[in-house]
Design a protein. Structure first.
Length: 267
């Protein structure tokens, strides 16, 4: 950094370290006030830049949600036609006929496609709400009942017994929990443990890095696994529809994007 011939520098971007070793993004302005003396201002932009990135990601995901929603409705119309035709064919042929067999394959494949469409719609707008008062601890227990025992993986729960009820769509929240738990299990190919915790309390803007977050009292659930973790690049894409690192395993890449859509639509 060099001072200009006019004796000042304005808006110089730099990185500094604080006494704790944290890297800070700053903007520096200096001016000469005499021989070897300078007056200046250093503005810490670290939190501003973090928030700017969060806003960018939120805008990108909103755009993807709109695209996903539009695609979902188009596919829904296509699948409805295919499904109806396959079912009509099955009605006209006996089960022993090869035509019935192929129509049955078409029907089952179309139903799987329709399920993906439901997930896309869930990502885009969280589906239609059927709101009721819910106990999150009970929902987690019910969700876990849908998992068979898995060798080398231990699932543990640490519940806040006095947790307040929440308002939400029961089926959608169970689906969110299921998708996140399933994702954690798949991350532990060599075994490990998955811990689900619940608590509640006051959360402010500083404790949650979301530009749309409103401070208040919230119920909180954390799901933590002992898998290998994710790179920063993967972290930035996990909520995008169709993004998956397990394409070879037949994964659609819609589980976490659907969870994101439902959570955002619940506010």
């Amino acid at each position: 950094m060099e001072i200009s011939t006019h004796g000042y520098i304005s808006g110089f971007d730099a990185q500094l370290k604080n006494k704790f070793g944290d890297v800070l993004n700053v903007k520096i302005s200096l001016r000469s006030s005499g021989d070897n003396y300078y007056d200046g201002v250093i503005v810490d932009l670290t939190e501003y830049l973090k928030m700017k990135d969060k806003i960018y990601e939120a805008d990108k995901l909103r755009g993807l949600a709109q695209i996903a929603g539009g695609m979902a409705h188009e596919f829904n119309n296509i699948f409805a036609g295919i499904l109806g035709s396959a079912q009509l064919i099955k009605m006209k042929f006996p089960k022993e006929d090869k035509t019935y067999h192929w129509a049955d394959i078409i029907e089952r494949a179309t139903i799987r496609g329709a399920e993906l469409v439901k997930k896309l719609i869930g990502y885009a707008r969280g589906g239609k709400f059927r709101v009721s008062n819910l106990n999150l601890n009970e929902l987690i227990i019910e969700t876990l009942q849908g998992f068979s025992p898995i060798e080398k993986i231990a699932i543990k729960t640490e519940f806040e017994p006095a947790i307040p009820e929440i308002s939400g769509d029961r089926e959608q929240i169970i689906q969110v929990l299921y998708n996140i738990i399933q994702n954690g299990i798949e991350a532990m190919e060599n075994g490990g443990s998955l811990i689900i915790k619940t608590d509640y309390g006051w959360f402010d803007e500083k404790s949650v890095s979301d530009p749309e977050f409103v401070a208040g009292e919230y119920v909180h659930v954390s799901i933590q696994d002992t898998g290998t973790g994710m790179t920063e690049e993967i972290k930035s894409k996990i909520f995008e529809p169709f993004f998956t690192t397990k394409r070879a395993m037949g994964k659609s890449g819609l589980g976490l994007s659907m969870a994101y859509g439902v959570i955002k639509s619940h506010g």
